[in-house]
Design a protein around this ligand. Structure first.
Ligand SMILES: N[C@@H](CCC(=O)N[C@@H](CS)C(=O)NCC(=O)O)C(=O)O
Length: 209
């Protein structure tokens, strides 16, 4: 398998961390969405990352679909999310909030670096959505006493949140005031201290306008 995309993307990073935690071997092509678009396009016409190219050449796109495939490869006993029921729904909700946070962070970053004149309406909307999600995640994480969101073992929700927080902090430092989000700060700190998070990391390199 080949994972396309740079680790400054919270989406690529969470996929790479899952691949490593599952012990699934893969090659990495750290292609940039803007600088290497012509290399990505034959695998994914959206020219987006992550893109996972399987050994038969088939490309799996969208991080959620990629993780669904990796869960299948890992098997239900190792999968980093409950197989069904309320815990699965709850886990998917936390993942959706985290990836939505990352989506809004990416949109806001592109607005800031790629547009000569920013749309104030869009900027304010993204900022409000980012703060709203951070407030909800903070409240929900503070209510959980276990080391990870769903107990003693790390799962997709933990990884998604930690990757989204790192990206938000790097892309929009003014929006992530650690004093306002102590539970999220502690969550991110615990995850980032793990060897796998330290191995799969890249400082943010935004596209140039
Ligand atoms: N929904 C997608 C989002 C992925 C995404 O936004 N990737 C960014 C890099 S962080 C990208 O490919 N940007 C280029 C573009 O959207 O044209 C996923 O979950 O895989």
């Amino acid at each position: 398998m080949i994972l396309i995309g740079q680790y400054d993307s919270p989406f690529v990073r969470r996929v790479a961390i899952a691949l490593r935690l599952y012990g699934l071997p893969f090659e990495h092509r750290p292609w940039s969405t803007f600088g290497d678009a012509e290399k990505i396009a034959p695998h994914n016409p959206l020219q987006r990352v992550p893109t996972l190219v399987l050994d038969n050449g088939e490309a799996v796109i969208e991080s959620t679909a990629i993780l669904d495939y990796l869960d299948e490869l890992a098997g239900s006993s190792k999968a980093m999310i409950a197989a069904s029921g309320p815990d699965r729904r709850h886990g998917l909700r936390i993942c959706a909030l985290a990836t939505g946070l990352a989506d809004k962070g990416v949109s806001l970053l592109y607005e800031r670096v790629l547009r000569k004149e920013q749309s104030q309406i869009w900027v304010e909307r993204c900022e409000a959505q980012i703060s709203g999600v951070l407030d909800v995640l903070e409240q929900e994480r503070a209510a959980v006493a276990t080391p990870y969101w769903f107990g003693a073992a790390i799962g997709h929700a933990d990884i998604a949140v930690a990757c989204a927080l790192r990206f938000t902090g790097e892309a929009h430092p003014a929006l992530f005031d650690a004093a306002r989000y102590p539970a999220l700060k502690a969550h991110a700190g615990a995850c980032e201290a793990l060897p796998v998070f330290q191995q799969v990391v890249q400082p943010l390199a935004p596209p140039k306008g």
